[in-house]
Design a protein around this ligand. Structure first.
Ligand code: BMA
Length: 330
């Protein structure tokens, strides 16, 4: 069989690393899970933690934590994540999903997509121990998804990338063509600072959204995003690419992969609840130097949802991602 040539992201041989059979029954809300995908990831005390998006047969979304010592084999905790204080949201919340976790100022912050009557909003939660999560409030007023927090303040502001929802290709769920930078003084109230990047029509990343939170390197903020190609008759193809943003002004794009660095090829990515989807949402960089930069030689683990059905893992290095982000422009 012909192998992929020098892929920047290499799939774990144990993929998919989590599928519905790994999800314990947590009655009454969760029995015989339908799917598990799009996890948030963070490493603390040598343990990799995933926050999993699990679906029940009711199609409720349930968040569950999993833990691993080696970053590849996970044990799922038989407990539903409770976002303490979410009851304070007065409008009905249908789904809380696609968590992105950032370690910031000694705590773990989770930005979550929340489906409500007016569209999608971002919710913010905080945890010290990754067991108890405090819901800090809705952190957007507009219809927006794929919010990711930077791991430190830049220019005196908390920063995040976000993807305004504006389009529905083929009558499907709302999506968007631009990633924006937003700033905040308190992590709850946000204002947009400017556009960062747009979709490239006719090519692989027509619709785009952030993947895992950005990682600081000496060359810039390294950021994996997803791109959707919509010009195929029967499928929207979700792929992953990489971009490098200026350290001081992340609205400036310094480089962007010309092609995708991961696309649906394996059966578990091609077939499932939503076929042809790789959706990176968690990224662990093994080494961070004393000044907070990820060195080129550091191993990187990328966790992604496959076909909205299971969780898969691919590995690479910071250096390979930087190289992929320096391809000639499309
Ligand atoms: C996006 C989001 C993701 C999902 C993907 C593929 O718009 O809704 O949660 O994994 O579509 O269905």
């Amino acid at each position: 069989m012909r192998r992929d040539r020098t892929p920047a992201l290499r799939r774990d041989p144990g993929n998919p690393i989590l599928s519905r059979g790994d999800i314990p029954d947590i009655p009454p809300r969760l029995t015989d899970a339908t799917s598990v995908f799009n996890p948030g990831a963070v490493k603390a005390g040598g343990i990799t933690h995933l926050m999993l998006r699990v679906q029940a047969r009711s199609r409720e979304t349930i968040l569950v934590m999993a833990e691993s010592a080696d970053g590849a084999r996970f044990v799922v905790r038989p407990e539903i994540v409770r976002l303490e204080g979410i009851e304070s949201v007065r409008d009905r919340v249908y789904h809380v999903y696609d968590p992105r976790i950032t370690r910031l100022e000694g705590a773990h912050y989770v930005l979550l997509a929340m489906d409500m009557d007016g569209g999608c909003r971002l919710g913010l939660a905080r945890s010290g121990d990754l067991r108890r999560f405090e819901f800090l409030g809705l952190a957007s007023t507009d219809d927006v998804r794929n919010g990711v927090l930077f791991p430190e303040k830049v220019g005196g502001l908390y920063l995040r990338l976000e993807r305004p929802n504006e389009a529905r290709p083929g009558g499907g769920p709302a999506t968007g063509t631009e990633i924006w930078l937003a700033g905040s003084d308190d992590l709850v109230g946000w204002r947009r600072l400017g556009p960062v990047m747009g979709g490239r029509f006719h090519y692989w990343d027509e619709y785009i959204g952030s993947g895992p939170p950005p990682v600081k390197t000496r060359r810039g903020w390294l950021h994996i995003y997803h791109g959707v190609a919509t010009h195929f008759a029967s499928a929207n193809i979700y792929q992953a690419g990489v971009v490098l943003l200026d350290l001081e002004d992340p609205r400036k794009v310094l480089g962007r992969s010309r092609g995708n660095i991961l696309e649906p090829r394996e059966p578990y990515e091609l077939c499932g609840q939503v076929p042809n989807v790789v959706f990176p949402s968690g990224m662990i960089v093994e080494e961070i130097d004393e000044e907070g930069f990820a060195p080129p030689a550091s191993l990187v683990r990328v966790y992604y949802g496959a076909a909205d059905t299971s969780v898969a893992l691919a590995v690479t290095t910071v250096g390979e991602l930087l190289e992929a982000a320096s391809e000639p422009p499309l």
